[in-house]
Design a protein around this ligand. Structure first.
Ligand code: PLP
Length: 389
């Protein structure tokens, strides 16, 4: 036994169970089991060739040194141009901070506002890192309950009614992980209008799935509301849109008053994102976007397949998945808890999914299926589950 004495705060740090499921699924596959992985949330496509080539060229051209901590100026300009193209907004490249993935922005934002006595609101079920990091910071996590009957959209009224003088930050996420829910514009309008009465509250809008909406829906970016730009952190990145999860590249648009703080956090934490990856990110934004359109069309086709197939299972009911690449069916009718279903489907059917409770207490009774997998595998997975049920 080691005599080391760790900091108490470590006991409050959670994890992302999708990685635990991934490790178990890989271990079972190594034992020769035939596993279909609908657990992990990453595109099953290859990073488009022209993006990878840009990184290789950057290495050959000698881009191997440090870059500015907030990212290469040319990349931050490309981010601003992309946000103008997609959302019709003006963004000053000086407000863009490039970081290694989507996660560092949420970690830094929560660390910037979280401390004992502070309250931070977050979606539940939601991306598990929000609650984990809020607890780690010492702040009190205040859940925003997301319900199936509202298409897993947040209710502005509920969010606003939970604000106190201790509220420091509200986290929202649309399109959402794990539910695929998309919050309609009217709710976002209401939230922004209500926030005018609470100038002390900052907002972090996680828009990492902003390119993945289906059924004619259009993304509403919080950047489109000038009245909250002075306290908005808008998170987005390359991981999902360009199939670049392993490259570790993301960014956020920060309000003027927070840019220096987050830049110092970057300098203390990672200095800068590795240079060739930033050149890959530049090629992604400045190059042709048909790779994105093609990938999203594939996700849309699979989404329709998986939602129909899930609704056909006994005891299972699946809401229309409006965005991202997740279906979040209600499985209460099977008589299994979320965790029991996750374990049973993996052990007995070789299908990896993630229990709804991995995304917070409000996820009980649900299971997350990622449809970032081939239609053939999706249908085979559902057919195996059908036999089991
Ligand atoms: N935000 C949400 C809602 C996500 O689902 C994810 C990844 O699954 C991230 C952020 C993190 O993205 P990254 O892998 O770029 O850190």
């Amino acid at each position: 036994m080691s005599g080391m004495i760790f900091a108490d705060s470590l006991s409050r740090l959670g994890t992302e169970s999708a990685f635990v499921v991934l490790a178990r699924a890989q271990a079972l596959a190594q034992q020769g089991k035939d596993i279909i992985n609908l657990g992990i949330g990453q595109p099953d496509f290859k990073t488009p060739e022209h993006i990878s080539e840009a990184a290789i060229k950057a290495i050959r051209d000698g881009h191997h040194g440090y870059t500015p901590a907030n990212g290469l100026p040319v990349l931050r300009e490309a981010v601003a141009a992309d946000l103008n193209r997609r959302h019709g907004v003006e963004v000053n490249p000086d407000n863009v901070v490039v970081v290694p993935g989507g996660k560092p922005t949420m970690f830094f934002a929560v660390m910037m506002f979280g401390q004992p006595g502070a309250e931070i609101m977050y979606p539940n079920p939601g991306f598990p890192i929000y609650e984990s990091v809020i607890k780690y910071s010492g702040a009190t996590p205040v859940p925003i309950a997301l319900e199936e009957k509202n298409g897993f959209a947040f209710s502005a009224e509920q969010v606003l009614s939970q604000i106190t003088e201790r509220t420091r930050l509200i986290i929202i996420n649309s399109p959402a992980n794990p539910t695929g829910g998309v919050t309609p514009k009217e709710e976002i309008d209401k939230l922004v209008a209500g926030l005018m009465d609470h100038p002390h509250v900052a907002l972090m809008s996680d828009e990492i799935y902003s390119n993945m909406l289906y059924g004619g829906r259009e993304h509403v970016s919080l950047l489109q509301y000038p009245e909250i730009r002075d306290r908005l952190i808008m998170l987005d990145g390359w991981s999902k849109t360009y199939a670049m999860t392993g490259w570790r590249l993301g960014y956020a648009v920060w309000p003027d008053a927070a840019v220096d703080h987050v830049t110092r956090l970057c300098i203390n934490d990672h200095s800068c994102v590795n240079a060739p990856t930033q050149f890959a990110g530049l090629a992604a934004l400045a190059g042709p976007q048909d790779c994105v359109t093609a990938m999203v069309a594939q996700f849309d086709a699979r989404r329709q397949v998986i939602v129909d197939a899930l609704n056909d299972l006994p005891g299972v009911r699946c809401a229309d998945a409006a965005g991202a690449f997740y279906a979040f069916p209600n499985i209460e009718g099977t008589g299994l808890t979320s965790k029991q279903a996750q374990d049973k489907f993996l052990d007995e059917a070789g299908v990896a999914t993630v229990a709804g409770t991995s995304f917070g207490a409000w996820g009980e009774g649900y299971l997350r299926f990622s449809y970032a997998n081939s239609t053939e595998n999706i249908l085979e997975a559902i057919s195996r589950i059908r036999k089991l049920l």
